[in-house]
Design a protein around this ligand. Sequence first.
Ligand code: TMP
Length: 238
Amino acid sequence: MNALKLLYQGKAKSAYLTEDHDLLVLKFRDDTSAFDGEIIEQLSEKGAINNQLNAFIMNKLSENGVPTHYVERLSATDALVKRLDMIPVECVVRNRAAGSIVRRLGIEEGMAFNQPLFELFLKNDTLHDPMVTEHHVEAFGWATHHEMSRMYELTLQTNTILKAIFDQAGLQLVDFKLEFGRFHGEIVLGDEFSPDGCRLWDKVTGESKDKDRFRQNLGGVLEAYREVAGRLGIVLEN
Ligand code: TMP
């Protein structure tokens, strides 16, 4: 399958149309952004590393019953995916407090919640991804009640699956973000899962192994991503 025409350029990935109307080529770029695109830097090889990490996670989710857009990896940086009609909200689950919720609610970083906390954000960089509720989603017509329930269910299912996988790798899944879309009427997981869109803390030291290293200028971003891959048993090609 060939990448024919650029359909959409995001901050870290580009999507290309192919000969098949139902399929897209997703290119993982080295661009690394923080603060809604305010800072963007190239981290050499990040695209290829995330393409491999994402392939591993998407396959695990699929094996465990989560419908995903993922088809296969095409090259170091490219993946073949189903073309979804994307729903413009970001589904976040938090197992522990970190990032925006710490600032928003004045709670201590690392606080464990009694149960996984589900939050929704509108995907809009100009507005800095404002938090919304299920009611906004339905009132604005971004998704139906049934679709919203399915996104909620699949996000929590993903949390259960991935918490266990990362736990075995000595990592705590603190929080993450998912995006969904419609494929022939069915709600399907789209976008990607990589350390760009989740928080992973070493179970013993608490050290961040995700994009917080970039956001907080801690250094060792790619080393951390490579370490996550290694701990998951992924043999990186580069
Ligand atoms: P937050 O603490 O900034 O609200 O983010 C929660 C988690 O979701 C964190 O792992 C980062 C991820 N996330 C993104 O990757 N992109 C986004 O636009 C948002 C709002 C969150």
